[in-house]
Ligand binder design. Structure first.
Ligand code: T4K
Length: 423
């Protein structure tokens, strides 16, 4: 409860403040931020979109097939406890990611917690601060100390060059995050882990459908975790999964997610309830059937953003490696205020006023959120890239709820607000 009190007591006073971890909403933002420098007259009249455009608007596959599955589930009265849809989903995802085992879970956070426990991580675990707070919470929840490591400024994933100096006798593992679907430097991390006898877990919540050297991003490390949250490009309403090639680990995780039951009335392990219900598996299966379509829409959106934003000084679109498969579910720009003369947060404010509900994924770094900022008040000193970059990124709306013409208009709005000339 102490953590809760800390976060609810403080009311944010400025968008620059690292206390704000959730979007305060357009109205609040408008009141909080100084107006941006006036844009030069360019005959472009900024008008808000009639409906809000979201980052993370759920993609929904074939409705008839989903409803048919739900009817089948209701007719069978099999609602949960690893029913046929969960089994089918696990087989499908394992096949898609070319891993031996997929264990479906109720959400990505519980999947992380269970994987951490099954891997017997304790003491200290090294992870990036530049991630969704669930990655750190999954450790702290189990009283494991998260040791925040800086990111590489180009990949925005864990910087392997900085990991080793954080290893202590208490370190048991490394959690890499394939942020926005960009795969960590898995070879370097693997090398460090072997050298120090550490376990490696990947938070692949963003990385379904992404590859590294042609291999699914979720197939690296001792295990990897996926999220099927509503905002992920393949969703199960809520859901997650652990992927692993290790038979023994998979067996342990299966037990742990179902109270340790190995059969009727037989508990052989400590466990919890991490099960995915059938209705969620029905949704995920239906959406998996449309995965290539979703990727194609995301890719077209990404290409349209590239055109729409071309040549705006101080705005960089974060590209994906064209040699790999990507899901393009996050369209991220970096705003360099030294060039634009307009801060990232001022631009966010303007876009929110236009009903473009862009997000600051991920701001602030976890080390500036509670309880970590109280526990480690000086953590930022070792995280210069995280500190700098987390103030510059904006995630822009994409997915099936956004059209190329919306994107062209968003590009024109950004150009207008930054006072840049038309390309
Ligand atoms: N690791 C990483 C790296 C992650 O990014 C996440 C989750 C996890 C682990 C944990 O996995 P899960 O336990 O969640 O499976 C959202 C999601 O809630 C969270 O799942 C996600 N990462 C994170 C990046 O984004 P919020 O608090 O920013 O979401 P929210 O409610 O503000 O929604 C975002 C936008 O999506 C809104 O503009 C509205 C729209 N939306 C959202 C929902 C839920 C919809 O249109 N419909 C919906 O049903 O965290």
């Amino acid at each position: 409860m102490a953590g809760l009190e800390l976060t609810t007591e403080r009311s944010p006073t400025s968008l620059e403040s690292p206390e704000i971890c959730h979007d305060p909403g357009p109205q609040a933002v408008r009141q909080l931020v100084k107006p941006a420098a006036p844009a030069p007259k360019d005959h472009f009249a900024p008008a808000p979109f009639p409906e809000p455009l979201h980052v993370g608007r759920p993609n929904i596959g074939n409705r008839e097939r989903l409803l048919a599955r739900i009817n089948q589930m209701l007719d069978s009265a099999r609602l949960t406890n690893r029913g046929p849809f969960v089994k089918e989903l696990e087989a499908r995802v394992a096949d898609y990611c070319r891993v031996k085992h997929c264990i479906a879970m109720c959400n990505g956070t519980v999947a992380l917690e269970i994987a951490i426990r099954a891997l017997e991580l304790k003491g200290e675990v090294i992870l990036p601060s530049f991630t969704f707070v669930a990655t750190a919470h999954a450790l702290q929840w189990q009283e494991i100390t998260p040791v925040f490591c800086d990111i590489d400024p180009v990949s925005c994933t864990l910087d392997p060059g900085r990991i080793e100096r954080l290893v202590t006798p208490r370190t048991t593992g490394i959690i890499g995050v394939h942020v926005w679907g960009r795969t960590c430097d898995v070879d370097a991390i693997d090398h460090i882990a072997r050298k120090h006898g550490l376990k490696v877990l990947y938070d692949a919540a963003h990385a379904l459908g992404c590859t590294f050297h042609g291999r699914a991003s979720g197939s690296f490390g001792d295990a990897a975790v996926l999220s099927f949250h509503a905002t992920k490009f393949v969703n199960a309403f809520e859901g997650g999964a652990v992927l692993t090639n290790n038979d023994e680990l998979a067996e342990k995780i299966r037990l742990m997610q179902n109270f340790g039951f190995s059969g009727y009335d037989k508990v052989i392990y400590i466990g919890t309830n991490g099960k995915m219900p059938e209705v969620c598996a029905a949704m995920a299966l239906t959406n998996m059937e449309s995965i290539e379509e979703f990727v194609e829409i995301n890719r077209t959106n990404f290409d349209t953003y590239r055109e729409a934003l071309a040549g705006i000084p101080g705005v960089r679109l974060m590209e994906y490696d064209p040699r790999e498969r990507n899901n393009f579910q996050y369209v991220v720009i970096e705003v360099n205020e030294a060039i634009t003369g307009v801060s990232r947060d001022q631009l966010v404010t303007r876009l929110h006023e236009m009903n473009v509900l862009c997000r600051r994924y991920f701001f602030p770094g976890c080390h500036r959120m509670e309880p970590y900022r109280s526990y480690f008040p000086n953590a930022g000193l070792l995280l210069p890239n995280t500190e700098a970059l987390s103030t510059r990124f904006i995630s822009l709306p994409t997915g099936t709820g956004v059209t190329p013409s919306d994107i062209t208009r968003i590009g024109a709005l950004i150009r207008h607000f930054l006072g840049a000339r038309t390309a």
